[in-house]
Design a protein. Structure first.
Length: 90
């Protein structure tokens, strides 16, 4: 398990919560999975990059689908900030 720091959601994710397509509980569960090194839909190469990032304090990315919505969870280098974001907002 690694620290994720402060967690934010983007405007697009907030709109999905407002429209009841996602819940904040869904978002919290994704961040929890992410912090436990469950990066779900990443290929092996990207998962290996995440493992290296955990060693050197780099950026860690997870990809998930919830209720047919694709989301990324990104913990920035230094692991002080995590953002839940739609790929289209990246």
């Amino acid at each position: 398990m690694f620290k994720t720091g402060l967690t934010f959601i983007t405007q697009g994710v907030q709109e999905l919560v407002n429209d009841n397509k996602l819940t904040l509980l869904d978002v919290f569960k994704l961040v929890d999975r992410h912090s436990k090194e469950d990066w779900a839909e990443l290929n092996e190469q990207d998962q290996n990059q995440n493992h290296k990032a955990l060693i050197n304090g780099g950026r860690v990315i997870g990809a998930y689908t919830v209720n047919e919505v694709r989301l990324w969870v990104i913990t920035e280098a230094g692991h002080d900030l995590t953002t839940v974001i739609l790929p289209s907002e990246y």
